[in-house]
Design a binder for this molecule. Structure first.
Ligand code: SF4
Length: 304
């Protein structure tokens, strides 16, 4: 059933395509990241936690076990038959083609899995990987997730993203050329950024032809470098009201058909330092829905 939200949710998009509810399963595929293992840097992105953005995955289990375990958990909540295997932790194209193939195919061999989502860095995609992804795209519902976070070059350096915007643009070009769906991650509230920087980033991605977007609120976990950075630099954190306001305005600049995969971050409560409001994910989403309604605005209203 469609949600009736003022933006195009991933659930709605998947429902339209598969004609039933499709759930996502987060997987740790056992990859690492060149921004952490020393190839590019040994520090990682400033906000990245020890789990490489896969807070809720189970690294100690085999891919098949992870899938079985999560299907069981989801089925306790609702009647679910179809699943997207989401390779979430670290950089999921950082490896030999044969390694990627083994891992992805393991997930696809499960009859319940109807698609793949792969989170990666734009500098970890070679010609042979693009070609394999193109082949995968022809036989399953596939999307790639790229962490851009911001288009501000100064911030990109500050957070140690480890690649330039042009690298993101090249990857986007190669993926779009092969009709592979791309989802871009953005973070609102990065150090030294104001609302103008964030809206500039949103306007930029609105024109790139990407399939979807994930909005994250910056949060500080005690197991990230950001924790130490914050204690030493005490930059301004967004309040919940400011964050809701920025997300609502951002939605108006995006094309109507762009898929909204995420509206806020998802910190591990046990590790969350600040801002405390970010632990209430459902509360933030409901405030966004309420604010959009109050302002009588919706996704795409300011897109041109
Ligand atoms: S690219 Fe991803 S996994 Fe690697 S350091 Fe940055 S956030 Fe962490």
């Amino acid at each position: 059933m469609l949600s009736g939200k003022r933006y195009n949710t991933l659930n709605d998009e998947l429902y339209r395509f598969f004609n039933e509810k499709v759930s996502k399963i987060s997987i740790d595929g056992g990859f690492t990241c060149p921004n952490r293992d020393g190839l590019i840097s040994d520090k990682g992105c400033l906000f990245c936690s020890e789990k490489g953005a896969g807070e809720f995955t189970r690294a100690n289990l085999d891919i098949n076990e992870q899938i079985s375990e999560q299907i069981e958990i989801i089925r306790k909540k609702w009647d679910a038959n179809k699943f997207i295997a989401y390779f979430q932790s670290f950089t999921n194209t950082y490896g030999d083609l044969s390694d990627l193939r083994t891992k992805y195919e393991k997930a696809l061999n499960r009859k319940e899995v109807v698609g793949l989502a792969i989170a990666t860095r734009p500098d970890c995609l070679s010609d042979e990987i693009y070609d394999y992804l193109e082949e995968l795209n022809g036989r399953t519902f596939l999307w790639l997730e790229l962490g851009l976070q911001t288009t501000n070059d100064f911030t990109a350096k500050l957070i140690n993203r480890g690649y330039d915007k042009e690298v993101y643009e090249t990857a986007l070009f190669e993926l779009r050329k092969r009709n592979i769906k791309v989802v871009t991650h953005l973070i609102f509230g990065l150090p030294n950024e104001d609302k103008n920087d964030m809206i500039e980033t949103v306007k930029y991605i609105s024109k790139t032809g990407i399939w979807g977007v994930k909005f994250h609120s910056l949060y500080i976990q005690t197991n990230s470098r950001l924790y130490k950075y914050y204690l030493e630099n005490k930059f301004k954190l967004l309040s919940k009201e400011e964050y809701v306001d920025i997300v609502c305005e951002s939605l108006t600049y995006l094309p109507k058909e762009m898929v909204i995969h995420r509206l806020t971050g998802d910190a591990d409560r046990n590790l969350l330092f600040e801002p405390k409001w970010s632990s209430d994910k459902l509360g933030v989403i409901s405030s966004i829905d309420k604010r959009l309604k109050e302002l009588l605005i919706f996704q795409g209203i300011n897109y041109s």
